[in-house]
Design a protein. Sequence first.
Length: 60
Amino acid sequence: MRQKGIGRMLVQEAENWAYNQGCQEMASDTTNNYPISRTAHKSLGYEEVEISFHYRKTLK
């Protein structure tokens, strides 16, 4: 369903709803596992504000 504007429409509706509830900002997140998500966020006007690193270690 990509490239049909459906995601953009859903995000715009969510932003409108949040604004009408009195919210002044909208936040979202993604991971490096979804590089297309970073592009999509930027095309929707979202500003990248932080890069997080998460660590794990398998214990033996």
